[in-house]
Design a protein around this ligand. Structure first.
Ligand SMILES: NC(=O)c1ccc[n+]([C@@H]2O[C@H](COP(=O)([O-])OP(=O)(O)OC[C@H]3O[C@@H](n4cnc5c(N)ncnc54)[C@H](OP(=O)(O)O)[C@@H]3O)[C@@H](O)[C@H]2O)c1
Length: 354
């Protein structure tokens, strides 16, 4: 009996903290796997969807007794339950849950359908909630644990064309804040990590809605300039950002090791900046500044202009096909605006504010 107790005590002393990371085959998740595994202080459970598991090998991540690789599509209950159950049975539970899996749906409110909206909310909000519900009973029993939800600047401020992404991260922020109070009595720490622009390839993983994909190509679409100015702007900001996934992973590691981490941790310069101006500026002024700082916003909503551009281009390409030689008489004429109709919902206006 004494022997058994002694062995149990020694096992507990030698036990590494178990960290489960979702969406770990790319970007920030992968950087976190490398960071925590390298430190030697953790038993890392790196998870990814079945279809993405092959990426671990490419990134030089191979399984060993302190690093497990497990399939986990966060939307699937069976996979969530399996990974939590295995960690509870074989490792004594999960100490650090990092809800990192997520994606950004690009589409203005008018162009997101119900299926697209639900999948975004399910992935970025409901799945992290389900994982938290799965790990909490064991954390409460042991009276310790750390839940880390990867939020976003999009969870403190909303940007046009990313409405539902912001909605999902706002929801995550709200629920996580409530959780912070709820589990404090059991000494369970709760953090929201707020990255802004990360210098990585993840802007390529943005998912366009069915309608936004069409609008991006169609100058007749009322939202054409919304997409065509926001997308390159965001890609550029990400390329220029000094914050790499590796730097952010190091910051998160410090947060995990911290005895008393704050609830919200901005981890990029722009996140700190936006957090500050949102706190300091009166809301009306803040929204006005943000609006006029949007890229090429002076062109947004100029329905007449879209139509003119498209009409000129249509005439130009028709002219090129019929006659390769250009002469003055064939130059494209302005469209007849009196009969122009942009789409089946609204007639084209003949001038802004007309
Ligand atoms: N990149 C940024 O600038 C930025 C800014 C603010 C916040 N964030 C947040 O940071 C987190 C990490 O993003 P990242 O920048 O590292 O982007 P990323 O490289 O696109 O990584 C996102 C990961 O989530 C995974 N994922 C998506 N849906 C999943 C599902 N249903 N089940 C399991 N995994 C799923 C993806 O896996 P697959 O490869 O299988 O699709 C991918 O590995 C996200 O929560 C994101 O919202 C990113």
């Amino acid at each position: 009996m004494w022997n058994w107790l002694l062995r149990k005590k020694r096992w507990e002393e030698n036990r590494k903290r178990v960290a489960l990371i979702t969406g770990a085959s790319t970007g920030l998740g992968l950087a976190l796997v490398k960071e925590l595994a390298r430190s030697g202080d953790f038993h890392v459970i790196a998870t990814a969807r079945h279809s993405s598991l092959h990426r671990f090998k490419k990134a030089g991540i191979v399984e060993n007794e302190r690093l497990w690789i497990r399939p986990l599509n966060v939307l699937l209950k069976a996979e969530r339950d399996a990974v939590i159950e295995e960690a509870n049975q074989k490792l004594g539970g999960i100490d650090v849950l990092i809800n990192n899996a997520g994606y950004c749906l690009r589409g203005v409110v008018e162009q997101v359908n119900e299926t697209e909206r639900l999948k975004q909310i399910d992935t970025n909000f409901r799945a992290p909630m389900a994982l938290i519900r799965g790990v909490l009973p064991n954390m409460r029993k042991r009276r310790s644990g750390h839940i880390i939800n990867i939020s976003s600047v999009g969870g403190m401020m909303a940007m046009p064309t990313m409405a539902i992404y912001s909605a999902s991260k706002f929801a995550l922020e709200g629920a996580t804040e409530a959780l912070w109070y709820e589990v404090r009595p059991w000494n369970i720490k709760v953090c929201l990590i707020q990255p802004g622009f990360i210098n990585s390839e993840s802007f390529r993983n943005v998912e366009l809605t069915r309608e936004s994909r069409k609008s991006l190509q169609d100058k007749n679409n009322p939202y054409y300039y919304h997409y065509n100015s926001m997308a390159p702007f965001i890609a550029k900001m990400m390329r220029l950002s000094p914050s790499t996934p590796e730097k952010i992973a190091r910051k998160i590691h410090r947060v995990i090791d911290s005895k008393n981490p704050p609830l919200r941790v901005p981890v990029t310069i722009d996140a700190t900046f936006f957090g500050l101006i949102r706190k300091l500026l009166p809301r009306r002024l803040y929204h006005a500044i943000m609006y006029y700082s949007l890229p090429r916003v002076f062109r947004w909503g100029e329905d007449d202009h879209y139509h003119m551009d498209a009409e000129y281009e249509r005439q130009e390409s028709a002219r090129k096909v019929s006659s390769p030689k250009i002469d003055e008489a064939q130059a494209p004429q302005p469209p007849d605006r009196s009969v122009a109709v942009l789409d089946d919902r609204r007639p084209v206006q003949t001038g802004k504010g007309a």
